[in-house]
Design a protein around this ligand. Structure first.
Ligand SMILES: Nc1nc2c(ncn2[C@@H]2O[C@H](COP(=O)(O)OP(=O)(O)OP(=O)(O)O)[C@@H](O)[C@H]2O)c(=O)[nH]1
Ligand SMILES: [Mg+2]
Length: 254
């Protein structure tokens, strides 16, 4: 519970048996979280069993992919606020509160992993990946310079918080099943004229298991291309919500 609003944590998981127990245990220590939902996305290992043993509510999603799993988790979550995080231990539970406090001023709060002072040694955020994310984020920012003028430095950070009201608003715009789901959510929120704030979060090395999206240059390039196409389609081929009436208060933009 955070300022009278309940909070659910959603964790998409694909074969993360090496890390899931530790991740659930770490986030269970976070006093603001009311429930932890782990999405078992056709795992072939013991991820679901370990997550449940550690105290998470485990749901199954058959449609494969990071985006499909996150959507299933957000659909199943019961709280007023949804926080998304990875199953690989690369984010810290103590950062949840950083996202929550800014939700007073926004409909969605994005973490960014490109603040160098907060990238831990060994984290998968070397020069190319960091600047690739910054470049793509600046492209997204420029695309929405009018009317929103957001400020972004990362497009692939799973760690984020949004209100369930924001999720209901953007749900119909979410189609990406893979990693392009991450910038798609940002674009969808901008299309619905929600306010988004970005805050730095600590980014650590995976605690174990295998990287699925960004271990090789080829995979990173493929993911970047899909993200670029998604941002362009959202900005130039889909209509945004109509501008709010002039009489509406700023809080209507959340
Ligand atoms: N449900 C589901 N989750 C996935 C899939 N691929 C990745 N994930 C999860 O999404 C999160 C992000 O995937 P990662 O492999 O960590 O991708 P990444 O963060 O770009 O790469 P790392 O540098 O290894 O952390 C993890 O929690 C994965 O378990 C998938 O196909 N389905
Ligand atoms: Mg990861």
């Amino acid at each position: 519970m955070f300022r009278n609003r309940t909070v659910s944590l959603v964790i998409p998981a694909y074969n993360e048996e090496e890390t899931i127990r530790q991740v659930v245990e770490e986030f269970r220590q976070e006093p603001h979280l009311d429930e932890i939902v782990v999405v078992d996305n056709n795992c072939k290992d013991r991820t679901a069993e370990f997550a449940a043993a550690a105290g998470a509510r485990v749901i199954a999603e058959q449609r494969p992919g990071y985006g499909s799993a996150l959507m299933a988790g957000m659909d199943a979550a019961k709280s007023d606020i949804l926080v998304l995080v990875e199953a690989d231990g690369s984010f810290r539970a103590r950062d949840v509160v950083k996202l929550l406090v800014y939700l007073d001023d926004a409909g969605m709060v994005m973490g960014t992993r490109t603040t160098r002072q907060m990238v831990e040694q060994g984290a998968n955020m070397r020069f190319l990946l960091r600047w690739g994310n910054v470049f793509m984020a600046k492209f997204l920012q420029v695309c929405w310079m009018r009317p929103s003028e957001p400020r972004f430095t990362d497009v692939g950070c799973t760690f984020r918080a949004l209100t369930s009201a924001t999720y209901r608003k953007i749900r119909h715009r979410l189609r990406q099943t893979g990693p392009a789901f991450s910038p798609e959510m940002m674009c969808a929120a901008l299309q619905e004229r929600c306010r988004i704030i970005e805050v730095p979060v600590t980014y650590s090395q995976r605690m174990g298991g295998e990287s699925k999206h960004s271990d090789t240059f080829l995979r990173q390039a493929k993911t970047a291309w899909k993200m670029f196409k998604t941002i362009c389609r959202k900005r130039f081929l889909e209509r945004g919500a109509p501008l709010p009436a002039a009489t509406e208060t700023p809080s209507s933009a959340r």
